[in-house]
Write a protein that binds this ligand. Structure first.
Ligand code: BGC
Length: 922
C-alpha cells in the first residue's frame, strides 16, 4: 500500500492541537487578543528557548526546527519590539542556556535575565502590551520541588514581572511549562492575562500565536485543579517519601477532593478555561436507560467572537455506604467552532460504569450503583455546572462482580466521605486488606502445555494466512526459543531501526528462521526518540493534549504520527503515558494527561484510535500507580483496591476497552509490596481475565521484579513470565542462554506452558504489524511530502562497528557544517568508561570557538570545543561511560569551520557489576 504523509498538514494539525490545548485563566482589560497594529514587547529568556517538551524518554525527539512563541508571533504578523529582543539575545549569548549533561542532566529552569527598570520603561514607551514568558521543564528520576526555580518563581522572575507590571498598560503572562506551577505569586503581580501554554512540541509557537492573535479563540480546559497552595492537594502529606507512597487520600484525588471537602481552596476548578466569547449550554433531552444515560445539549455562542466550548457532565452520586466524591466527570463533548449567535446540538452518552463505585470491602469486590439519587451536573467546568437531570436507583445494583486484586497487605487509614446532619465530612477508615493467595491463584490459572514438535516447517505467515494454528506454530519452539522471545533486545538493537528502545519477537537467529520479524519499540509520548540522530516530529505534550478535550482532533494528529512511524519502521510508540496527576510535583506529569481517569482514558483511546487506523500502536504506560519519580525503582505504592480500581487502573481500563490497546508497559515500582512487573493479579487477572486484553505486555526498561516478600532484582525473568508480563525490556543479547529460566523450567517453578502462553501473546501481536508485512514483502511505502530538506529521513543505514578495547574511525569525509550531525553505532564487547578523542583542525582564527557535542544513546555526554588551529590537527578528548552493548553515537556540530580527521575510542576501565547496577539506576 502507498501512503502519503504531508508534513505541512502534520504541522498544521499539531498547531491546531496546541491552540485548542492552551488554557486561558484570566483575560482582563482586553489584553487579548493582541492588537495587531501595535508593537509587543516580549520579556523572559525563554522567548529564545521555547520548551517544546519535558526531558527524558518523553521528550528526546531530535528535531531540526522548533517554532517558538516569538517566531510564531512574527510569522502571524505581530510587530515585535526588536530592540528589546536584541537585549535578550545579547544577554543570552553572554549567559548561555545551560544544557546540562548526562541522562536527565538538563536543569529544569534557567537563570533569568535581571531586568533593569530602564529597559522595561523604554520598552513600554514603544508598546502597550508586554508578554512575559515563564518556562520550566521536567523529566525522569526526580520530582519538581516546592522551591524557587521549580514550583515557585525565582526572585529574578518575580522582579521581572513586577517591573513589567509597573510600566506596561497590558501584561500577558504565558506559562511554557509541562505541569502546574505556583500562581499565587504571579497573580499578586496582577497580570491582565494569564495562560498555560504548556509544552507544544515543534510547532508550539504557531499554535500559541494563533490564540494570542485571535485567529483561534482559546478553548482549552484545565485537566487539573489549581489550588491556592501545594499543601492544599490531598496527597501532599504523602508525596515524596523515598520508600513508601501511602495513598491515604484514596479516591479523593484532585477535584474529587476539592469539590467534596475543600471548595474554598480552589483558585481555578478542574475543567476551567476562558474563551474570547461566551456560551450558553441548554439541556434539550435526557433519558436514563438500563446501563447508560443519553443527554442532548444545545450550545449557543452568545458572545461576539468565534469559538469552541466543552460541555462537561459530572455525576453526583448518593453517598451510600461507600461515600462518594461530589463530582465525577462522566462525559464531555466539544463543539465545532461556532460563529457568534450560532448553535450546535450535541449528544453525550453516559456509561453507568463511569458513575458506579467500587466496593472493596471484605467479600464484596464489585462495581456497584448504590441506591439513591444520581444527579448529572451539566456545564462548563467542575464548579460551573448545574444539576439538570437526575434519576433514582431503587436498590443497590451490582453491575460487575470482580475478585479482590492488588489489595494492601499492611494496615493504614484512608479518607472516606460520610454524610451526617451537617453535610458531608471527611472521616478515616481502615483500609480492607488482601486475603488473596497469589501463588494459588496462579496455579489455578496455569495454561496447558502444547507438546513440543520441533521444526515442522510452519512459518508465522502460515498462521497469519490461516494455514496453521498458533498452537501448531508455537509447538515448534524449543525451551530456549521461548526463553529468548520473552526478552526484548536493546537499547539500540541492530535488529530494528537504529537508536530505538528495543526489538521484540524475532530476537534470535532461530526465531527469525521461523519467520518471526523483529518488531520495534521507540519512545515516546511526544514523538519518536531516535538516538542515532534521525529527525522526527515533536508533538505537543500529554497535559496539553488532555486540555483540548477534543478526541477527534487528537485522533487525527495520531494518524499522522502513525504514518511517520511506518516510514521509520517503528511498530510501537512507547506512549501515551497515562499515569494520574496525583500530585503537581511529579516529574513526569507533562507526559501524562490529567488528575482524572476518565479524561485520561478517553485521550489515550483517541491517540490509540489514530495510530490503529494506520496499523501501528502505542504502548500505554506505566501500568499502574507510577505517580512519583523520586526513587521510582524502589518505591512501594500503598493503595487501596478501591482507589486502584476507580482512579489508577481506570484510565488503562478505558484505553483497553474503548481504545483497543494492544501493548502495555508495567512500572518500575511496586503496588502493595509486589513489583508490578511480576504481579499476576495485575497482568493476568485484571488486564486479561477482567478486561479482555489480547495484546502483549512488557516491563519498563531494566525494571525490577520480585516475589512477594523478596527484595526486587533486575533481569529477574521467571517471576515476570509467570505473571504473564510477556517481555522483559531490555537485555543486551536476547539470544543468550539464561540459566535462571533453564533452572526454573527444570524444577517446575516455571512451566513451558507459561512461556508458550507469553510467546503466543507476542506473536499474536507481531503478526499484525508492519514488521510482519515487510518480512513477507507487503511493505507499505510512505511518501513524505513538503518536509524541509533538513528534516528528511536518511536512506543510509546506520553503520555498526564492533569495539573490544579500542577503535579508530576515519572522519575525513564527514561534513561538519553548523547544525549537521554524524551518526554511527557501536557494538561494545567490554562495557565501561572510554576515552574518546576527536582529532580535527580549523583554519579559523584562534579566537573562534567550534564545539562538537558527543551524544551517546541520545544523551549529551561531552562537548569538545576547538579554537582555530591554523590548519594544524589538534586532538581533544573526554571520557564517557558506555554501559549499553549497543550504543548509538551522534556527533553534533554547533558551528562551521571544523575539518574532521578521526575519532578514537579507548577503553579506560571496564565496568563491574556495581557500576552497571548504578548506571541502570541512574
Ligand atoms: C521510562 C519509560 C521509557 C523507557 C525506555 C524508562 O526510563 O520510564 O517510560 O519508555 O525508559 O526509554
Amino acid at each position: 500500500m502507498k501512503r502519503t504523509l504531508d508534513w505541512n498538514k502534520y504541522l498544521e494539525k499539531a498547531a491546531e492541537i496546541v491552540a485548542e490545548g492552551i488554557v486561558m485563566l484570566k483575560n482582563d482589560n482586553n489584553a487579548l487578543p493582541l492588537d495587531m497594529s501595535k508593537t509587543v514587547s516580549v520579556f523572559g529568556r525563554i522567548q529564545l528557548h521555547y520548551y517544546k517538551s519535558g526531558t527524558g524518554s518523553g521528550g528526546m525527539v531530535n528535531v531540526s526546527k522548533v517554532t517558538g512563541i516569538v517566531d510564531g508571533l512574527a510569522e502571524a504578523g505581530v510587530k515585535i519590539n526588536e530592540k528589546l529582543r536584541d537585549i535578550y539575545r545579547k544577554w543570552d549569548e553572554e549567559n548561555p542556556f545551560d544544557q546540562g549533561g548526562g541522562w536527565g542532566g538538563e536543569p529544569w529552569n534557567q537563570k533569568e535575565m535581571p531586568l533593569d527598570d530602564s529597559i522595561a520603561e523604554e520598552a513600554a514607551s514603544v508598546s502597550e502590551t508586554a508578554i512575559v514568558i515563564i518556562g520550566r521543564t521536567a523529566g525522569e528520576e526526580q520530582d519538581a520541588r516546592l522551591e524557587e526555580g521549580s514550583y515557585l518563581l525565582t526572585s529574578v522572575e518575580l522582579d521581572m514581572l513586577r517591573k513589567v507590571r509597573k510600566y506596561f498598560k497590558k501584561v500577558v503572562v504565558l506559562l511554557n511549562v509541562g505541569g502546574l506551577i505556583d500562581l499565587e505569586q504571579i497573580l499578586e503581580c496582577s497580570p491582565d492575562s494569564l495562560l498555560y501554554v504548556w509544552q507544544g512540541g515543534m510547532t508550539g509557537g504557531t499554535g500559541t500565536a494563533a490564540v494570542l492573535t485571535g485567529k483561534a479563540s482559546p478553548s482549552g480546559k484545565l485537566p487539573d485543579t489549581i489550588a491556592y497552595k501545594i499543601s492544599d492537594y490531598p496527597s501532599d502529606e504523602y508525596f515524596g517519601d523515598k520508600n513508601k507512597a501511602v495513598y491515604a487520600e484514596d479516591i479523593f484525588v484532585g477535584y474529587r477532593w476539592f469539590e467534596t471537602f475543600a471548595k474554598d481552596r480552589v483558585l481555578y476548578p478542574f475543567g476551567f478555561g476562558l474563551s474570547y466569547t461566551t456560551f450558553d449550554i441548554e439541556l434539550t433531552y435526557a433519558k436514563k436507560y438500563d446501563s447508560e444515560s443519553m443527554i442532548n445539549v444545545r450550545v449557543t455562542n452568545t458572545g461576539s467572537y468565534r469559538g469552541k466550548e466543552v460541555v462537561q457532565v459530572y455525576c453526583e452520586a448518593p453517598q451510600g455506604k461507600l461515600g462518594r466524591a461530589k463530582r465525577v466527570l462522566c462525559g464531555f463533548v466539544k463543539t465545532k467552532e461556532l460563529a457568534p449567535g450560532e448553535s450546535q446540538s450535541l449528544k453525550i452518552k453516559i456509561d453507568h460504569r463511569d458513575i458506579a463505585s467500587y466496593d472493596d470491602s471484605e467479600g464484596k469486590h464489585c462495581w456497584v450503583l448504590e441506591k439513591g439519587r444520581y444527579a448529572l451536573h451539566i456545564g462548563s467546568n467542575a464548579r460551573n455546572c448545574i444539576d439538570q437531570f437526575h434519576f433514582e436507583i431503587e436498590e443497590d445494583t451490582v453491575i460487575e462482580q470482580c475478585s479482590q486484586v492488588l489489595a494492601p497487605v499492611e494496615a493504614f487509614e484512608r479518607f472516606k466521605a460520610a454524610e451526617n446532619a451537617e453535610g458531608i465530612t471527611k472521616i478515616l477508615e481502615s483500609v480492607p486488606l488482601s486475603n488473596v493467595d497469589e501463588e494459588k491463584r496462579r496455579l489455578e490459572h496455569l495454561p496447558k502445555e502444547i507438546a513440543y514438535t520441533g521444526d515442522k516447517g510452519i512459518k508465522l505467515v502460515d498462521v497469519k494466512n490461516g494455514n496453521a494454528t498458533m498452537e501448531q506454530f508455537v509447538a515448534q519452539l524449543s525451551d530456549h526459543d521461548l526463553s529468548c522471545i520473552i526478552r526484548g533486545e536493546g537499547m539500540g538493537s541492530p535488529r530494528v531501526t537504529a537508536g530505538t528502545a528495543s526489538a521484540f519477537g524475532g530476537v534470535s537467529d532461530e526465531l527469525v528462521k521461523f519467520g518471526i520479524p523483529a518488531g520495534c519499540c521507540s519512545d515516546g509520548p511526544s514523538g519518536m526518540r531516535l538516538d542515532c540522530g534521525t529527525k522526527a516530529f515533536s508533538l505537543p505534550n500529554g497535559t496539553l493534549i488532555a486540555s483540548t478535550f477534543n478526541r477527534e482532533l487528537v485522533e487525527e494528529l495520531f494518524e499522522f504520527m502513525g504514518t511517520e512511524m511506518i516510514a521509520n519502521k517503528v511498530d510501537c510508540l512507547l506512549g501515551p503515558g497515562m499515569n494520574i496527576h496525583r500530585h503537581p510535583l511529579n516529574g513526569r506529569n507533562f507526559e501524562y494527561f490529567s488528575e482524572d481517569p476518565f479524561l485520561t482514558g478517553q485521550m489515550a483511546s483517541a491517540e490509540l484510535n489514530g495510530l490503529h487506523k494506520v496499523g501501528v500502536t502505542g504502548t500505554i504506560k506505566h501500568f499502574c500507580a507510577n505517580n512519583q519519580e523520586t526513587n521510582r525503582h524502589f518505591l512501594d505504592s500503598v493503595v487501596s483496591e478501591r482507589a486502584l480500581r476507580e482512579i489508577y487502573l481506570r484510565g488503562f481500563e478505558i484505553a483497553v476497552k474503548v481504545g483497543g490497546a494492544k501493548t502495555i508497559m508495567t512500572t518500575y515500582g511496586a503496588i502493595n509490596g509486589l513489583w508490578t512487573a511480576g504481579s499476576f493479579d495485575l497482568n493476568t487477572v485484571v488486564l486479561r481475565d477482567e478486561w479482555g486484553f489480547k495484546g502483549f505486555t512488557m516491563t519498563d526498561w531494566w525494571a525490577n521484579v520480585n516475589y512477594r516478600g523478596e527484595e526486587p532484582k533486575r533481569s529477574y525473568y521467571v517471576p515476570m513470565a509467570r505473571a504473564q508480563n510477556d517481555v522483559y525490556m531490555v537485555c543486551s543479547d536476547s539470544s543468550c542462554v539464561d540459566a535462571d529460566i533453564e533452572a526454573a523450567l527444570k524444577n517446575g517453578s516455571l512451566t513451558r506452558a507459561e512461556l508458550q502462553r507469553n510467546a503466543m501473546n507476542v506473536l499474536g501481536f507481531i503478526m499484525g504489524t508492519h514488521a510482519m508485512k515487510r518480512l513477507i514483502g507487503e511493505e507499505d511505502i510512505v511518501e513524505i511530502i513538503n518536509r524541509p530538506d533538513s528534516e528528511e529521513l536518511s536512506d543510509e543505514p546506520v553503520v555498526f562497528y564492533e569495539i573490544e578495547d579500542s577503535l579508530k574511525l576515519d572522519l575525513s569525509n564527514i561534513r561538519s557544517e553548523k547544525g549537521k550531525n554524524h551518526s554511527f553505532a557501536l557494538i561494545i564487547k567490554k562495557l565501561g568508561w572510554y576515552n574518546v578523542t576527536i582529532t580535527a583542525s580549523s583554519v579559523q582564527s584562534p579566537l573562534a570557538q567550534i564545539p562538537v557535542t558527543i551524544f551517546a544513546m541520545g544523551t549529551a555526554s561531552g562537548t569538545l570545543t576547538w579554537n582555530g588551529t591554523e590548519g594544524k590537527l589538534i586532538p581533544l578528548a573526554c571520557e564517557i561511560p558506555m554501559f549499553s552493548r549497543f550504543t548509538a553515537i551522534r556527533l553534533y556540530f554547533a558551528q562551521n569551520g571544523l575539518d574532521l580527521h578521526s575519532i578514537e575510542f579507548k577503553l579506560v576501565r571496564e565496568a563491574d557489576n556495581m557500576d552497571l547496577a548504578f548506571a541502570e539506576e541512574n
